[in-house]
Design a protein around this ligand. Sequence first.
Ligand code: NAD
Length: 254
Amino acid sequence: MGKLEQKVAVITGGGSGIGRAISVQFAKEGAKVHILDLNEEGGNAVVEEILALGGQAVFNRCNVTDQQEIIAIAQHIGKIDILVNNAGIAHVGNLENCKSEDFERIFNVNVKGAYNALYAIIPIMKAQGGGAILNLASIAAWVGITDRFAYSMSKGAIYAMSMSVARDYMAYGIRSNSISPARVHTPFVDGFIAKNYPGKEAEMFEKLSASQPIGRMAQPEEIAKLALFLCSDDAGFITGNDYPIDGGFIKLNN
Ligand SMILES: NC(=O)c1ccc[n+]([C@@H]2O[C@H](COP(=O)([O-])OP(=O)(O)OC[C@H]3O[C@@H](n4cnc5c(N)ncnc54)[C@H](O)[C@@H]3O)[C@@H](O)[C@H]2O)c1
């Protein structure tokens, strides 16, 4: 028996990186996985991968910034036991380099997108008598990474959103937690290195690897294993907390 048999999981941003690894891991444990992503090619590829493994998965094209779209998808799915708010985007720059439109773009996807999914899915979980929520925060929420003003701000909001939901919906059997990874080697990291440090990709990759005291980035599958534990019934006593998964970044740097 898998740890998520009979469970239905919604994973935003499941078409790439950490979301892909979580989708595959959850499906391997018996969950029916609904991937909500803007990226049709990536989302469909992950569905194919899961089906080839004998699992259950459905791709739903969705922009998490669109509340009506996400409500319609959630109602169509019907039963939802697990929500992983994973869709997210990056921005490099300090406060002075963060234009109003940058702030809004990051806020809309990273913060409002998670709120939209919760807004759509909490009533379903309430009616069912419970559920598990996992939100992707970041070490940026804890330490405010250099030159990541908007991104750090958005992840701090995720941390607080997760706690607020944990408190307000505990009585309905809903658990809510967040996780705070340090660098994870995904297309997200490769993409911003390529965009922001052209010609210096290898150097930046080494620098970002070394910023974890453990000396490397995480693999998405390592994040997926923590996500699986926190979303499974094994974590029934865990709510209202954030779990760094950071190769020592927060406490062992310096
Ligand atoms: N990679 C890291 O180092 C790292 C570290 C800490 C936290 N995180 C967080 O983990 C999450 C996943 O990161 P990743 O590295 O796997 O990223 P990724 O870019 O590989 O994947 C993100 C996915 O989200 C989707 N997405 C983006 N905007 C969307 C929208 N508006 N609506 C629907 N889907 C949308 C993308 O299409 C993509 O499939 C993000 O929230 C990120 O902030 C990543």
